[in-house]
Design a binder for this molecule. Sequence first.
Ligand code: HEM
Length: 409
Amino acid sequence: TAPPVPAPAPAAPPAYATHRAPGCPFDPPPERYRLLAEGPLARISLWDGNAAWLVTRHADQVALLRDERISADNRLPNFPSVSAGSQATRAHNRTFISMDEPEHNEQRRRFTADFTVKRINELRPRIEAIVTELLDAMEQAGPPADLVRDFALPLPSLVICELLGVPYTDHAFFQRVSAVMIDTRSTPEAALAASQELVDYLGDLVAAKEKDPGDDLLSRMAVQYLRTGISTRDECAKQARLLLVAGHETTANMIALGVCALFQHPEQLAAVRDGEPRRVVNAVEELLRYLTIVHLGRRRVAVADVEVGGQVIRAGEGVVFATDLANRDPEVFEDPDRLDIDRAARRHIAFGTGPHQCLGQNLARMELQVAYPALLRRFPGLRLERPLAQIPFREDMAVYGVYELPVAW
Ligand code: HEM
């Protein structure tokens, strides 16, 4: 009798693609995008060789990101990390973004009052003043300019610094360490060192505010939680780090990448420049959908079995939610690859959804609603100073965008 033939080893699932097609910097990587048409779930391999489930469709993502069987606790085994650096800093990075209920909400609600629509509306005049100052400086210096360095990055950075009470004079330092923290190429040592440097800096700042509080978010935190012994200095510093990093990297990239996308659609650019505020509000939602800059997916792990489209995600398995694919799901958005600032885009999940939905979304929206038209009105002839193919896109960063955007007018 013939010897038994060994069963073929199961093929490793395809790698989770992160590189975009040449000439298509605004669309998801093609290998990843294909999975949306293939089914609601796909098996993928991550950077470390671990397998995880990719949830592709909008409806499933919205349901599961609100499901208690899906955990955000990144200390659990099989939690799908984004990179070696982020894996190394997991334990060190514990804040409410990686907690489940009830702990998550206990901590998040300390900050919700600072980010309500009403509070953010009160900031509008100050945001407009910062925008005017930055545009004045750009105009005075004359073309060309790097829109990232001169406008897109300083705007949200100045705003979050004022809100938190972080001295903007230290921006070179915290922008450098934030960039290391969100760079998927950072070594574990470099990511840990950057994270620790920022925590040390913010720990000192919070301690100083405990003694001599001002009128800012970190002072209120120091008085309510540090002085009362409810939280340690380290916990306060880590929450401050989350707010500082999330508060400027994201919005900065939306501003620069959004302008870059509008350059490809001159009529829509003109509409944002000259349009009524309602149209600009909608354009911002559409750009959030179309660009989905937090592009590496929401990361979670199942803590109980969950059925999706006839397949089962087992307890203990890692799950990645491809929010970029959800935002291009034709079931929800007609002709999803077309940028259309007048479409109904509000159902996008560029800010996530469920309990972890972005805390700063009202602030981000306000900054974008002010920034795009003000910039385009100040420089009606604004244009890219180089061909699109020569613009460096941030494929390797956890927040997508452009490293620089050379413009002239
Ligand atoms: C959470 C995107 C601006 C603070 C999130 C999440 C996304 C996101 C996708 C969900 C995380 C998850 O489900 O795991 C964005 C985008 C922004 C932006 C696209 C800009 C256009 C901001 C700003 C702040 C901020 C300005 C200000 C502090 C946070 C915080 C969380 C969060 C604290 C964690 C919320 C929680 O876990 O409960 N953001 N964000 N974000 N964002 Fe934003």
